[in-house]
Design a protein around this ligand. Sequence first.
Ligand SMILES: NC(=O)c1ccc[n+]([C@@H]2O[C@H](COP(=O)([O-])OP(=O)(O)OC[C@H]3O[C@@H](n4cnc5c(N)ncnc54)[C@H](OP(=O)(O)O)[C@@H]3O)[C@@H](O)[C@H]2O)c1
Length: 369
Amino acid sequence: MHNRRTFLASTVAFSACAASAPDAMFAAPAKKRILILGGTGFIGPHQVRCALARGHQVTVFNRGRSGKGMFGDHVEELVGDRGSDLEALKGRTWDVVIDESASQSSAPEWVERSTALLRDRVDQYLLVSTRSVYLDTSRVPMTAAAPVLTRENSPVAAGQPLGYGHAKAYAEKAAHAAMPGRVTVVRPGLIIGPEDDTDRFTYWPVRIARGGEVLAPGDGSDHVQNIDVRDLVEFQTKLVENRTLGVFNAVGPQGGQPFRQFLERIQQGVQSTATFTWVDADFLAGRGVRPYSRELPAFQVMRGRTAGFARFDLSPEIAAGLTFRPTEATARDTLSWWQTLPAERRAAQKAGLSVAREQELLAAWRARA
Ligand SMILES: NC(=O)c1ccc[n+]([C@@H]2O[C@H](COP(=O)([O-])OP(=O)(O)OC[C@H]3O[C@@H](n4cnc5c(N)ncnc54)[C@H](OP(=O)(O)O)[C@@H]3O)[C@@H](O)[C@H]2O)c1
């Protein structure tokens, strides 16, 4: 997906951090030496661009599989493996680590290993965690104080690997245990925007831009909160520049927005005349189209255990510097990026309803009762 040419082109096209420099919380940073565990993949290049735009010195550490050489001379690249080979990190010092690659069931061990090696060689450890750490999202509003998954409150069968949310929750614990009082945890929801290879948000602007009758899930009142990757890395850069410690969620906008407004804003952003047919979420689930699944990405039903899924109160995060760009802008920029991809990639949509499946569901909805 990435190479050096696209990294440099994107530095111009999508550089958010420089544009927001007048922000008072984001002025005149002390230059930091930042180690990014990861740095390629999806959020990595955005984080690298933001840090470089702010004048920081960046080193990345990864296996060299997903973007080797993409940064040219701008960044020091170290090669290793979080599970088996940290040799390249030995004997080095940085001001701060941004850990955005601990995402497997082995995440707790990976964080234990990297913090054991780096705790006396870095000042601050920022761990990119996830909204999935919560035991559930039933509270309205949700905040970082809600309980997270543990083996006690949500048992894991013997011999089974930890699930994603569990692993991230234990990775957070590992970071706090190794570097008490020097950890920043960021828990993003669905990360969206240009260069997201999962198509989970991208489906919506691409589908709406195509026009015609769009199947819209629910009745339009279920809320949605996610985070533009550029807002996320900008927030993380502020947390590093200001040495802000603690646990923060990263979704937006504040309080969430109804799905109807979300789709209408996407429609505005991609300038489409599409129409929406709202189809009951239970009707869809009865046909195997469940919320937050591959076929129905970015949508969640606001009831029971997910009543607060998109009702986070982000007051502490906003005070710490989190901002949200308009959904219209995310949609427009994501569609622009999508249109630069090869036709074969665009034909192989990874999330959302196929044309045939959408037609089939709309016909069934019309024929109900
Ligand atoms: N995407 C979302 O919607 C979302 C939502 C919430 C939280 N998050 C969190 O955000 C973080 C970044 O997500 P992403 O989508 O940007 O991930 P990604 O695209 O999969 O990138 C992962 C990065 O980790 C490196 N990596 C993978 N395995 C490694 C290993 N064994 N040793 C060293 N480096 C390794 C990869 O480079 P190489 O392949 O070259 O090693 C790459 O730089 C993750 O921690 C994820 O849990 C994501």
